[in-house]
Design a protein around this ligand. Structure first.
Ligand code: PMP
Length: 333
C-alpha cells in the first residue's frame, strides 16, 4: 500500500534475466523501471527535480514546469505536475516516437516539437526549452541534463534499492547514458556501499562517452536509433561519475536482446534496455575474466516497448532504418 500516487514512483522490482545470465555464465538482473507510473526510469528524476525546485522556493503553487526531453522525462514531469497542480510545457525533437508525443498530449502537457539538430545550435530542444522557461511567467526549467537533483534520485533511490534487493552481493552495474543521471547516481550510490562494485558505461554508437572514458576524448562513431540515450558531452550529472570501464554496443546487439527478452521471457522493452542488457552480458564476462567468482551484475530496463510500436515493432520502420526485422513480424507479412 502506498499513501499517495507519487509514492508509486521508484521501489521497482528486480528480476533475474534467464537468457542473459546463461549467455554470460553468471547472474544478470534487470531493474524493472517500466513499472513506474509513466512507464520509464525518468519518473524518478522528474519527481526529484520538481521536489528540489519546490524546496528551493523556485516553483510556486500553480507554476509551470518547462523541459526539453526525448519524451520520457516529459511524461514523468507531466504526471508529477498533474499530481501537484502545476502546468507543463514539453519541448521534444520531432524524430522521437509518435507514441511519446501522443502520450504527452493525452496527459495534458503543452507539446512543442522542434527539428533535431546539434547541441551547439540555439534551436536545439534543450536551448529552446530554456528560452521558453525564461519567457513564461512563474515557470521553472527542469534542466535534467545539468540539474543534479536528477542523479540524486538514483543515489537515494535506485542504488539503495539495488543494494537491498541484491542482499549487498553485487559485483557490477552498467547502463547507457542520456543525461547520465542513472549511471552516475547508481554508480555513486553503490560505491558508497562498496567501492569494489565495478561501474561500466554502456554506450550506443553515435555517442561520444565511450571514447571519453576510454581515452579522454569526446568522439562519436556511427549512429543509433535508440531513443533517450547517446550523449555528446559531460553533463552536470556526469561530472565525477565513477566509471571504471566502458562498452560500445550496436543497435543490432541491442535489438537481439530486445527480441530474446520478448520471445523467451515475456518482456516488451525499448531499445535502450536491450543495449543495457548487452552491456550487462559483456560486464559479466569481464568480471569472470578478472577472476570474480559467480559475479552478479545489474542493469536497467528503462522503458516499455509499447512506447515504440510504430518504430521498433514496425517491420517497415526497421527496414527503412536498415535494421533486421524481428522474425515473428516477418512471418506476418
Ligand atoms: N533509456 C530511455 C528510454 C530514456 O528515456 C532515458 C532518459 N533519457 C535513458 C535510457 C537514460 O537515462 P539517463 O537520462 O538517466 O541517463
Amino acid at each position: 500500500m502506498r499513501d499517495n500516487t507519487l509514492d508509486l514512483i521508484g521501489n521497482t522490482p528486480l528480476v533475474r534475466l534467464a537468457g542473459p545470465s546463461e549467455e554470460a555464465g553468471c547472474d544478470i538482473f534487470g531493474k524493472c523501471e517500466f513499472t513506474n507510473p509513466g512507464a520509464s526510469v525518468k519518473d524518478r528524476a522528474a519527481l526529484y527535480i520538481v521536489r528540489d525546485a519546490e524546496a528551493r522556493g523556485e516553483l510556486k503553487p500553480g507554476g509551470t514546469i518547462v523541459e526539453g526531453t526525448a519524451g520520457n522525462t516529459g511524461i514523468g514531469v507531466s504526471l508529477v505536475a498533474n499530481a501537484l497542480g502545476y502546468r507543463t510545457i514539453i519541448v521534444m525533437p520531432d524524430n522521437q516516437s509518435k507514441e511519446k508525443m501522443d502520450t504527452l498530449r493525452a496527459l495534458g502537457a503543452q507539446l512543442v516539437t522542434v527539428p533535431p539538430t546539434k547541441f551547439a545550435d540555439p534551436n536545439h530542444f534543450v536551448h529552446t526549452s530554456r528560452r521558453l522557461a525564461e519567457e513564461t511567467d512563474g515557470a521553472i526549467w527542469a534542466n535534467q541534463f545539468d540539474n543534479t537533483a536528477n542523479r540524486k534520485a538514483h543515489i537515494d533511490g535506485t542504488a539503495k534499492e539495488l543494494w537491498a534487493q541484491m542482499d549487498g552481493r553485487i559485483d557490477g552495474f552498467t547502463c547507457a547514458a542520456g543525461t547520465g543521471g542513472t549511471i552516475a547516481g547508481v554508480g555513486m550510490g553503490l560505491k558508497e556501499f562498496d567501492e569494489n562494485v565495478l561501474i561500466a558505461l554502456t554506450d550506443p554508437h553515435g555517442a561520444a562517452l565511450y571514447s571519453y572514458y576510454a581515452h579522454g576524448e569526446l568522439e562519436a562513431e556511427g549512429s543509433s536509433v535508440a531513443e533517450g540515450i547517446g550523449q555528446g558531452r559531460i553533463t552536470g550529472n556526469l561530472e565525477g561519475a565513477p566509471i571504471d570501464t566502458q562498452f560500445r554496443i550496436s543497435d543490432e546487439e541491442g535489438l537481439h536482446w530486445v527480441a530474446r527478452l520478448l520471445r523467451e521471457e515475456g518482456l516488451c522493452l525499448g531499445l535502450s534496455s536491450g543495449i543495457n542488457v548487452a552491456g550487462a552480458v559483456a560486464l559479466g564476462r569481464l568480471l569472470k575474466e578478472q577472476g570474480r567468482e559467480s559475479p552478479r551484475v545489474a542493469t536497467i530496463l528503462c522503458d516499455t516497448g509499447f512506447r515504440y510500436l510504430s518504430t521498433l515493432y514496425d517491420p517497415a520502420w526497421l527496414e527503412e532504418k536498415g535494421l533486421p526485422v524481428f522474425d515473428w513480424l516477418q512471418a506476418d507479412r
